[in-house]
Write a protein of this length. Structure first.
Length: 170
């Protein structure tokens, strides 16, 4: 039987692990997550937090991938469905769906709904693959891990500056 951990305990342990990894010299810490059945990576310094999806207020006349806005810690975040924005099939709904919040240093309060946060990943132990010529400009690398899983690394700075992402009006 799986041990249940409170959200507060999980967040405290994750914060400790993130701090420990960030303090290691020469290691680029990456957060792994799943969306639309695919594995993704993003540098930790590009993420401010991973939270349970709060109540979303829909916005009329927006793109289908734009979920609406949510108040998180007193700040309004524009929320996007990662799979829908990437034009990928929707993931399997479950109780692990989270909102991945981009670091506000990018000048935007953006959240991305993902299927599941997978924790820290070390890309140094993975085999680097070429990025497809047709890849979006925010996909900066591809890796294959020891289990044969393909991981796509994204750059939130590039994504948040992308004209298609900025144009949420339908």
């Amino acid at each position: 039987m799986e041990e249940r951990v409170s959200l507060r305990e999980f967040q405290a342990k994750l914060a400790e692990r993130l701090k420990a990894v960030a303090e290691q010299p020469g290691e680029a810490a990456k957060l792994g997550f799943m969306a639309a059945g695919q594995h993704w990576l993003v540098d930790l310094d590009q993420v401010s937090e991973v939270v349970t999806v709060p109540r979303l207020t829909p916005a009329p006349w927006t793109q289908p991938w734009f979920l609406g806005v949510a108040g998180i810690h007193g700040t309004i975040y524009a929320c996007t469905d990662w799979a829908a924005f990437m034009a990928l099939p929707a993931g399997v709904p479950g109780n692990e769906i989270r909102l991945l919040l981009a670091n506000p240093r990018f000048g935007a309060y953006a959240g991305f709904r993902i299927d599941r946060a997978l924790g820290l990943r070390n890309a140094a132990g993975m085999r680097r693959l070429p990025v497809a010529e047709t890849a979006a400009p925010w996909e900066i690398a591809r890796f294959e891990d020891g289990e044969g899983l393909i991981w796509r690394e994204v750059n939130f700075g590039r994504l948040l500056a992308e004209p298609r992402f900025l144009q949420v009006a339908a």
